[in-house]
Design a protein around this ligand. Structure first.
Ligand SMILES: O=C(O)COP(=O)(O)O
Length: 233
């Protein structure tokens, strides 16, 4: 697919990383860089990953750092506004109990997935879900499957609550945004955004929550969504 230019009157954008800006192997598709760089309105990178990943993406793309990380647990707007919400202690207790029951988080010794996490714990999809969900429930937490990891988190915190916080900080309303994503954790932004688009590889929850679904998958789907944002208004 040709790389579209962002529409001149594009709304603010809230966009997921994994499965949306990437290919199937989770590599960011380089065609998305100029699109994000040239976006004429605020771009919010909203991810289940810990803060350093989306911050690095913003830096390397050359856009303002406006980030929702850890599924809403961490919100960063520019260099001054940092909001951290969630229950890392409860998530750690779940991880400890899960390990005690004989399971592994599945990320190896260095655990780059949780090393910089502040509000939740993520577990590999190769580790068993059922005991994790049971232990999380005992601690008042939920498990969200992003298609890339199981995230153990506070049920009250979502990318949607993160979008509310970002919008307030930017003097915008959540409904001013167009949202593009692919998984369960994007449904909460889809519910609040004025325009929501799921890429074709999205999971059932995201597909059901989105106003539009692209024909193309992964980053091709994102590029198609950009064209749709241009015509949908
Ligand atoms: O890393 C994950 O589990 C999910 O990340 P995403 O929200 O960018 O899809």
């Amino acid at each position: 697919m040709d790389v579209p230019s962002p529409p001149a009157d594009a709304p603010p954008l809230v966009v997921d990383i994994d499965g949306t800006l990437t290919d199937e192997s989770r590599a960011v598709d380089p065609r998305v860089f100029p699109v994000l760089h040239e976006w004429p309105a605020p771009v919010v990178v909203a991810t289940g990953k810990s803060m350093p990943y989306p911050v690095a993406l913003c830096d390397f793309v050359g856009i303002e750092t406006v980030v929702i990380a850890e599924n809403g647990g961490v919100v960063l707007v520019g260099r001054d506004t940092l909001r951290i919400e969630g229950d890392r202690a409860a998530a750690d207790a779940v991880a400890a109990a899960y390990r005690e029951a004989g399971y592994d988080l599945g990320w190896g010794e260095a655990d780059l997935v949780n090393r910089w996490r502040e509000t939740e714990v993520a577990v590999s999809l190769d580790s068993p879900l059922e005991p994790l969900a049971d232990i999380a429930a005992e601690h008042g937490l939920e498990v969200v499957d992003t298609g890339f990891a199981y995230h153990v988190k506070s049920p009250a915190i979502t990318k949607g609550t993160g979008l509310e916080a970002v919008a307030e900080e930017l003097d915008l309303a959540p409904a001013d945004f167009a949202a593009v994503g692919d998984s369960e954790n994007d449904a909460a932004t889809f519910e609040r955004a004025g325009l929501s688009i799921a890429v074709a590889n999205a999971d059932e929850t995201a597909l059901a929550a989105a106003e539009y679904v692209t024909d193309a998958r992964y980053a091709d789907g994102f590029l198609e969504a950009v064209e749709r944002i241009g015509t949908a208004r």
